[in-house]
Design a binder for this molecule. Sequence first.
Ligand code: 0O2
Ligand code: 0O2
Length: 272
Amino acid sequence: MNHTQVPKKVLNQLVHFLAPYEQAVEELKLKLKGIKYGFQKSGRYSPIEFVVGRVKKVDSLLKKAAEKQIDFHQDTWQEAINQEITDIAGLRVVCRYIDDVIEVMQLLSEREDIVIHDVKDYIASPKESGYRSIHMIVSYTVYLGSMKKNLFCEIQVRTLGMNFWATNEHELRYKYAGNIPANVLSQLNEASQITHQLDVLMNSLRQEILTPSALDTGLEEKLEEIFSLYVKQDYESAARLYREHVSGFEEAFRDNPKFKMITDLLGKRFGG
Ligand code: 0O2
Ligand code: 0O2
């Protein structure tokens, strides 16, 4: 379907129709990013690397509406789209490891503001293209002016590897207008399998990578000690401990919030 087959009145109404979806994407993006910052603020590893979101482009929406045989000449087209097209509001959560993907699904299932209706597991059963991801169809309520709307949204959860593959495949599909040559398809298929092997291998190293080393643990304790000496105004002992244990490790522990606080507060004073 193209724009000319859709009544002009409907095209004019689409901007208004999409407004709550725009709001849902913005709110959910913020909330999902909030999960990430919550972990980081408390000094813990976040299962979320990054979050992006988008509202489906009008062309893509009309194409899907045509596939679903939605009749724009009926006054009920808005309800029909709301029910039939569940990815108008789309969020994408990208994680480092496969176990993080599972943890994110678990975290989402515990929330009261997001109701899960359906989960498509394209990791256990990849698409023919080689595409892997988890798709969760959820409902979410937005308040827009005096209007309250409960909308379906799609949350895709995938690893960095799966995302890398999907981004490449998406661009190739666009370049070849959907008709990717057989030799390129077979390379994509191989790349999908190798990406999955890498994901599985990295997942088995996850514990190794994420368990803090003795050095980190020791440093955490020292940071506590230094901070409490500072609070007690025993600056001389705090400075000594800082020079003995912290100086030289600044770069390695830059992302540790406690370390950041100590260096911000005390680093300049004790560093020399
Ligand atoms: P294309 O053709 O796929 O590249 P920010 O303010 O930076 O947080 P911003 O600028 O609004 O966010 O956009 P964001 O969130 O960085 O990214 C938008 C991109 O997210 C889209 O790119 C999509 O690629 C992707 N995306 C996120 N979620 C989904 C989803 O559920 N489904 C699909 N299909 N794509 C998603 P473009 O430019 O719209 O398109
Ligand atoms: P857009 O709007 O262009 O960003 P459904 O009727 O919704 O159940 P559908 O549409 O096949 O059936 O849903 P599916 O497959 O669960 O999810 C569609 C979205 O998943 C796509 O959005 C992509 O973001 C992603 N996706 C699915 N299969 C592939 C694939 O083979 N390769 C890549 N790169 N992405 C895929 P759109 O359609 O691009 O939406």
